[in-house]
Design a protein around this ligand. Structure first.
Ligand code: NDP
Length: 270
């Protein structure tokens, strides 16, 4: 059944990974799509995948945008309204664990790394929500944020990233309370390790990416595998649809059990 028929959705970070899988699943379910990311060539690939899944070309808009730039976040919403005349769903998915070329966001990294990581993973969501909320009030729409299981588990190499995702969790709760009377629901998905371009985009070497499953995933994840982007998209789809009509302010962890496995990282033996 097409659960998003007649709905208009913005998906940020739709050029890859979880955002791409979400765009394809939303297209399968009848949504019109405004897909945003910096790499328009990769967005075009997502569009072709969405069409193959049943989407109509005329219902898929591509918006080249850098969400760390406020003018771009404003433009994402403006161009969506200009084309489709309404907005029902905002999926705040764009994100990365560090700056391009910097392999982690350890707490001793320079503050420009902190500023970028906080801007991309937290401030940009505030900017997008500020632009989208007036439109979502008209449609009694909803917001789904892609946070991380790392928002409540320490991995010191990714301190800035995890701080940013914790801020997203708190944004989620506050918006859910503030917007409930307007009929707007707000929820998070908090994934664990997902097989996407996430590690490579953070600056991890090809060898490190190839070794991640053995070194990072198997010792920590009870299900002994990383998640597929589609396994996150299905929960985003659920939260964005009427199936979740009485769910707001929630953080849904999708991590193969990693967050119930203690400890997340080996403890220093001092
Ligand atoms: P990918 O690296 O595969 O995708 C990231 C997406 O974000 C790309 O489409 C990229 O597009 C976009 N993006 C990055 N920077 C910007 C920017 N400045 N402006 C606009 N778009 C941007 O990773 P995932 O699909 O895994 O990541 C999606 C979300 O999931 C992120 O928020 C991430 O933090 C979260 N997450 C991922 C986990 C994982 O293990 N993979 C675990 C937990 C959470 P482009 O480069 O074209 O701009």
């Amino acid at each position: 059944m097409a659960k998003l028929l007649g709905k208009v959705a913005i998906v940020t970070g739709a050029s890859s990974g979880i955002g791409r899988a979400t765009a394809v699943l939303f297209a399968e379910n009848g949504a019109s799509l405004a897909l945003a990311a910096r790499n328009v060539k990769s967005l075009e690939e997502t569009k072709q995948m969405a069409i193959a899944a049943g989407g109509k070309a005329e219902n898929i808009q591509l918006i080249g945008a850098d969400v760390t730039q406020v003018a771009d976040t404003k433009r994402i919403v403006e161009e969506t309204i200009k084309k489709f005349g309404r907005l029902d769903i905002l999926v705040n998915n764009a994100g990365a664990a560090s700056m391009a070329g910097v392999p982690d966001s350890h707490f001793m990294r320079p503050l420009d790394v902190y500023d970028y990581v906080m801007n991309l993973n937290s401030r940009s969501l505030v900017a997008l929500c500020q632009e989208a909320i007036p439109e979502l009030k008209k449609t009694k729409g909803n917001i789904v944020n892609v946070s991380s299981v790392g928002s409540f588990r320490p991995i010191p190499e990714f301190t800035y990233y995890q701080m940013a995702k914790s801020a997203v969790d708190q944004l989620n709760r506050n918006l859910a309370v503030a917007l409930a009377a307007d009929g707007i629901r707000v929820n998070n998905v908090n994934p664990g390790f997902v097989k996407s371009n996430f590690a490579a985009n953070t600056g991890a070497s090809a060898e490190a990416v190839a070794a991640a499953e053995e070194l990072w995933v198997k010792p920590r994840v009870p299900m002994k595998r990383g998640g597929e982007p589609r396994e996150i998209a299905t929960t985003i789809m659920f939260l964005a649809s009427e199936d979740a009509s009485y769910i707001t302010g929630q953080l849904i962890v999708i991590d193969g059990g990693s967050s119930i496995n203690v400890p997340a990282v080996p403890q220093p033996n001092k």
